[in-house]
Write a protein that binds this ligand. Structure first.
Ligand code: S3P
Length: 456
């Protein structure tokens, strides 16, 4: 059988991947452990009193950055083939590292560590790679400073902070960000008084679920409403979520199997939908409803996709997704669902190029602040493949269907751009060349091999 993904090296210059048109994708797959949940597992377990044990912890490079930083803070971590053991030190018990903490490409590592370290009585510098050095950090430093964190040298990274005595605050999130929410909650667990985060737009709630599983003093208030009445539906639209925590000395250690990463599964699901005659099931995937809006949008686009929850781990639903090749139609995507599919939007834009009619994606300005400017990256690459794309400040207008043509894709070293365009390459005429393909390691080690295996 011909290979659909090849590695080539230019005569001078780095390696790139060549993606070729594929036959049907069939069978079953699993994906590596969820990146967001793995970060939280490591960070919260390091603050627990006792030893936590995780199966399917993701070995992607972002989560490895978190583990390396925690080790530099004196946390005992045992990495075994199929499990990860973390000896919790307890809040405020970390060791001052001798070097700046290097967070690599990982915004989640950097932002959550700011919250974890806000209660530690030492100075610390956090740094990252060239992409992370451009990403906004004031969104996390500003609320933590209100709680008492000292900013010795302000962001962008490298920046230096000093933790200490903290007081609780009530904070309305100005940007819908689960990372900012989580950092404030981590600091709130070490602060005097109550800390409340208010979100007008719900973001992924892995931190809240894990803290509840670890018996932390956390309360979540989301007003109920009656979806059968107009008032109820209006109330739902207006409703804010409030999450409160108070100081705690103890988090109960966890024993958990980390669900497969929904955002990684999304690439395989999209590939099955695009490639004629495909039928694919992805098993043991996280199906937390604050992450799965992609599936609801696929349904609206006319895709044959089904999913079902089969088990729960530390409050996280896990199940399987089955997708078949489908003809898609254009849709509008905007408003409150955007944070629940923010990482899938580059992929949805690629699917939209193959859909009949116009797709408009708005309210997604945050994409400009991710590992690359994802709005610009998707626009330029989709145009190279022949798609009709209008770039908007906060999204795109894409007119389909286009028969994509293989092209030279610039991934900008951004894992989600590399993978989204590899998927589109499966149905492009000719070869699609993906630059810096090693960036997929950030969230989905083995991505190209998995695609290859499914197309056999
Ligand atoms: C993440 C939250 C999202 C997401 C990122 C991971 C998390 O970012 O884009 O890939 O693990 O909390 P923001 O919370 O900054 O929007």
């Amino acid at each position: 059988m011909k290979k659909i993904v090849l590695t080539r090296k230019a005569e001078t210059g780095p390696e790139y991947k060549v993606v070729r048109p594929a036959g049907p994708l069939k069978g079953e797959a699993t994906v590596p452990g969820d990146k967001s949940i793995s970060h939280r597992a490591a960070i919260l377990a390091s603050a627990a009193s006792g030893r936590s044990e995780f199966a399917n912890f993701s070995h992607n490079s972002d989560c490895l950055s978190t583990l390396t930083c925690l080790e530099a803070l004196g946390v005992g971590i045992q990495r075994e083939t199929d499990r990860l053991l973390i000896a919790g030190k307890g809040f405020g018990q970390f060791r001052a590292p001798s070097e700046p903490l290097y967070c690599g490409n990982s915004g989640t590592t950097m932002r959550l560590l700011c919250g974890l370290l806000a209660g530690c009585n030492f100075e610390i510098t956090l740094d990252g790679d060239s992409s992370l050095r451009t990403r906004p950090m004031e969104r996390v430093l500003a609320p933590l400073a209100k709680m008492g964190l000292k900013i010795i040298k302000d962001g962008p990274p490298p920046f230096t902070i000093a933790g200490g005595k903290l007081s609780g605050i009530e904070y309305l999130l100005p940007v819908a960000s689960a990372q900012v929410k989580s950092a404030i909650l981590l600091a709130g667990l070490q602060a005097e008084g109550k800390t409340t985060v208010v979100e007008k737009i719900p973001t992924r709630d892995h931190t809240e679920r894990m803290l509840s599983a670890m018996k932390a003093p956390i309360e979540i208030f989301a007003p109920s409403f009656d979806p059968a009445t107009l008032e109820g539906r209006l109330a739902k639209d207006q409703r804010e979520r409030k999450i409160s925590v108070t100081q705690t000395g103890t988090l109960v250690p966890l024993r958990m199997k980390i669900p497969g990463d929904f955002s990684s599964a999304a690439f395989l699901v999209a590939a099955a939908i695009l490639v004629p005659k495909s039928k694919l099931t992805v098993r043991e995937v996280g199906l937390n409803p604050t992450r799965t809006a992609f599936l609801n949008v696929l349904k609206r686009m006319g895709a044959e996709v089904n999913w079902k929850v089969e088990e729960e781990q530390a409050g996280e639903p896990i199940g399987s997704i089955t997708a078949r090749h489908s003809q898609l139609r254009g849709v509008k995507i905007s408003g409150k669902i955007v944070p629940n599919l923010i990482d899938e939007l580059p992929l949805l834009a690629c699917l939209a190029a193959s859909a009949e009619g116009t797709t408009v994606i708005r309210d997604a300005g945050e994409l400009r602040k991710k590992e690359s400017d994802r709005i610009a990256a998707v626009t330029s690459n989709l145009r190279k493949m022949g798609a009709k794309v209008g770039e908007l400040e906060d999204g795109w207008a894409i007119e389909g269907p286009t028969e994509p043509a293989g092209a030279d894709i610039e991934s900008f070293g951004d894992h989600r751009i590399a993978m989204a365009f590899s998927v589109l390459g499966l149905v492009a005429s000719g070869e699609t060349l993906i630059s810096q393909p090693e960036c997929v390691e950030v969230s989905f080690p083995g991505f190209f091999e998995t695609l290859e295996g499914l197309a056999r």
